[in-house]
Design a protein around this ligand. Structure first.
Ligand SMILES: NC(=O)c1ccc[n+]([C@@H]2O[C@H](COP(=O)([O-])OP(=O)(O)OC[C@H]3O[C@@H](n4cnc5c(N)ncnc54)[C@H](O)[C@@H]3O)[C@@H](O)[C@H]2O)c1
Length: 251
């Protein structure tokens, strides 16, 4: 049986690359798709060197349905199948909701929500055609349930993504394709390091997160791997919080 193929969006760095790394360690062939095509190719080459799996790095802006269609076509041409899709590409501009322009608001929804719609619909059509089921993971956020004044666009997009995941889970379950969300807590990446590398927020993490540390991209990659394993065949339409217990703390 040929090795599985995973297509991960926004995977040139950060959480996406952590997911790619964990899935590659299982022998899964990896497509790293990212708006930054140069980084996607570089990261794919690095991953192949580190893990020995076949990889492909492709440029794709998930907000463009045309580019997503081309991405799916190139993946099928190269690897013949897609078993796993991870909708990971996302942005968080951190602008106060009262000062936010319409353009910023729309862009966040376009990348975080509409991008996942394009990718899921177009990849699921290929999975259905092949008839061997599949796994689709949506990287959401704790912002599905909580927000801040600087995350109005982001929280709206992620709450929407959580419900989009459920809708696809209902539509695709009968075809053997499961859809689930993974909601990362505080993970150290380029998106967040400006904040968490400062002494005070770092101390806050230690005090507020029961496991006593900030999360790593591979903490999320391990959770995604779990949901993509055979053992997770009956898990469909749920969101898994991966935050070291952060949201369990009430004061
Ligand atoms: N870092 C955290 O603490 C955290 C917490 C919760 C959720 N998340 C979510 O995890 C995902 C990854 O976040 P990260 O911290 O690794 O961010 P990151 O900024 O380090 O990486 C995001 C990647 O997505 C790519 N990207 C951006 N827009 C794109 C587009 N339109 N099309 C294709 N690729 C695009 C970027 O080029 C980049 O490589 C995001 O969906 C984010 O919302 C992150």
């Amino acid at each position: 049986m040929p090795a599985k193929v995973a297509l991960i969006t926004g995977a040139a760095r950060g959480i996406g690359y952590g997911i790619a790394t964990c899935l590659a360690r299982q022998g899964t062939r990896i497509v790293i798709a990212d708006m930054n095509g140069t980084s996607a190719k570089k990261s794919a080459a690095q991953l192949a060197q580190d893990t020995g799996v076949k990889t492909l790095g492709l440029a794709c802006d998930v907000t463009s349905r045309t580019q997503v269609a081309a991405l799916v076509k190139k993946t099928i041409k190269q690897f013949g199948q897609i078993d796993i899709l991870v909708n990971n590409a996302g942005i968080c501009p951190f602008v106060d909701i009262m000062a936010m322009s319409e353009d910023v608001f729309k862009k966040t929804l376009d990348v975080n929500l509409t991008g996942a719609f394009h990718c899921t619909q177009l990849v699921a059509k290929e999975m259905i055609k092949r008839g061997k089921g599949g796994r689709i993971i949506f990287i959401t956020s704790l912002a599905v349930n909580v927000s801040s004044a600087a995350q109005g666009d982001y929280a709206a997009s992620k709450a929407g993504l959580h419900m989009l995941m459920k809708s696809f889970a209902i539509a695709l379950g009968p075809k053997g394709i499961t859809c689930n969300g993974v909601a990362p807590g505080m993970i150290l990446t380029d998106m967040t390091k400006f904040h968490w590398e400062k002494p005070e927020p770092a101390a806050f993490v230690k005090q507020r997160v029961p496991v006593g540390r900030i999360g790593t991209p591979e903490d999320i990659g391990n959770a995604v791997t779990l949901l993509c394993s055979d053992a997770a065949a009956y898990i469909n339409g749920v969101g898994l919080i991966v935050d070291g217990g952060h949201q369990a703390v009430c004061a």
